[in-house]
Design a protein around this ligand. Structure first.
Ligand code: DGL
Length: 258
């Protein structure tokens, strides 16, 4: 049994690390589509096509039995298509984040931030509202290049965080969902500005979702990370989070098969 994980780039490594904590022996194959990041400003059709291509690469090459869509943008648009196409269980990162936010929020006034495409899709808003929460959402497109450039701390970063978030903070939210896999890297600075916030993302609860599928994950720790293009920031984050996992570049032509 093996798990496939994909993201548009580096952010999904935080999800990979969270999964390893509970499933250290699992066979896990990660694809970061660094050649085509960001997905968050693309059309629905393009996001679905890219997602299908990433998932197909993992299925064909590693016969994965479980797919984790470690990208909020892809999770917002492509999950149903991926399920139909691959015929294996597919776990998104929206449901785990929402579940945890509902657990920790006392006021049920919940903020959600993400890429333009994620916020436009309404994926978080619909799920939260269905569960009785009042939702305040905001796209934060500059957060992705900040993280990609390694600017996760400092004055400029704090200014941009404040510029985006103050408006939803003023609505009285007590919980903020980081609806983009890059954003957990800005958590420290967000908390410096707003220390009373509950900050949540999918990594808090994603392993419960994996356990629900009761797949056998006792394997040989055969784990590998693939990227579709050189990305200096990817190496930095990878070495920080998962230094022991081997990394390989894969040609985009091997991915673009649809
Ligand atoms: N990984 C994407 C997400 O979680 C963020 C980066 C992008 O725009 O591709 O939405």
């Amino acid at each position: 049994m093996s798990i496939g994980i994909f993201d548009s780039g580096i952010g999904g490594l935080t999800v990979f690390k969270a999964i390893l904590k509970d499933f250290p022996d699992a066979d896990i194959f990660y694809l970061g589509d660094t050649a085509r990041v960001p997905y968050g400003n693309k059309s629905k059709e393009t996001i679905i096509r890219y997602s299908l291509e990433c998932a197909t690469f993992l299925k064909k090459n590693f016969d994965i039995n479980l797919l984790i869509v470690a990208c909020n943008t892809a999770s917002s648009y492509a999950v149903e298509t991926l399920k139909n196409y691959l015929n294996i269980p597919v776990i998104d990162v929206i449901n785990p984040g929402v579940e945890y936010a509902l657990q920790v929020s006392k006021t049920k006034k919940i903020g959600v931030i993400g890429t333009q495409a994620t916020i436009r899709s309404g994926s978080y808003q619909k799920l939260l509202q269905k569960n009785g929460a009042k939702v305040y959402s905001k796209p934060c497109p500059l957060f992705v290049p900040l993280v990609e450039e390694g600017r996760i701390k400092g004055q400029i970063t704090r200014l941009i965080i404040k510029d985006y978030l103050q408006e939803i903070i003023d609505e009285g939210i007590d919980t903020l969902i980081l609806g983009c896999t890059h954003y957990p890297l800005l958590k420290e600075e967000i908390l410096n500005l707003y220390p009373y916030l509950n900050i949540v993302d999918s990594t808090n609860t994603i392993n419960n979702y994996i356990k629900k599928f009761s797949v056998s994950l006792q394997n040989n720790s055969n784990q590998k990370i693939f990227i579709t293009d050189e990305a200096p920031s990817f190496y930095t984050l990878k070495n920080l989070l998962l230094p022991e996992i081997p990394l390989e570049k894969v040609e985009l032509s091997q991915i673009c098969t649809l």
